[in-house]
Design a protein around this ligand. Structure first.
Ligand code: FAD
Length: 120
């Protein structure tokens, strides 16, 4: 067996395992290395559930990157498993707060469905 690889991926959490999976599909020889044997539960993207937000309050620059979430649908088809539950998002806070204002700005910039801000 040859020990030559086209690409080495160090760390096989969410990002590394996705990179490994998609690189392997190109026919390249990939070496994926992790400190623990995957699947393990010691990384930051492991365990039961994670959220993906489109209206990113931190900054609208994340939104195009977040669109990669659609790859989960491909993975659902290929694995015949339900992996992604799409819901709306509820941002709570004062209208001018970082979270509410930032999420609204992100939604507006990227034409995401965004209901008016309600005050209670
Ligand atoms: C508790 C928690 C909750 C989070 N919730 C969310 C969320 O809901 N939504 C969200 O978008 N983000 C969330 N994050 C941020 C999340 O970490 C990132 O979004 C993303 O999942 C990180 O993926 P990753 O593949 O880069 O890292 P990881 O999934 O942590 O993968 C890194 C991998 O590298 C391996 N590794 C590390 N060091 C070495 C080494 N020296 N040698 C070999 N292997 C190594 C680890 O074992 C691990 O498998 C959360 C983070 C934490 C800690």
């Amino acid at each position: 067996m040859s020990n030559k690889y086209d690409v080495a991926v160090i760390g096989v959490g969410a990002a590394g395992s996705s990179a490994t999976y998609h690189l392997a599909k190109t026919g390249k020889k990939i070496l994926a290395i992790d400190q623990f044997h995957p699947p393990h539960n010691s990384g930051s993207s492991h365990r039961q559930s994670r959220i993906i937000r489109e209206a990113y309050f931190e900054s609208p620059v994340y939104e195009p990157l977040v669109q990669a979430y659609r790859l989960w649908y491909e993975l659902e088809k290929e694995s015949a498993k339900k992996l992604l539950l799409k819901t709306g998002g509820l941002m709570l806070g004062k209208p001018g707060s970082t979270v509410v204002k930032g999420a609204a700005e992100s939604a507006l910039k990227h034409n995401l469905p965004y209901p008016e801000c309600k005050t209670y």
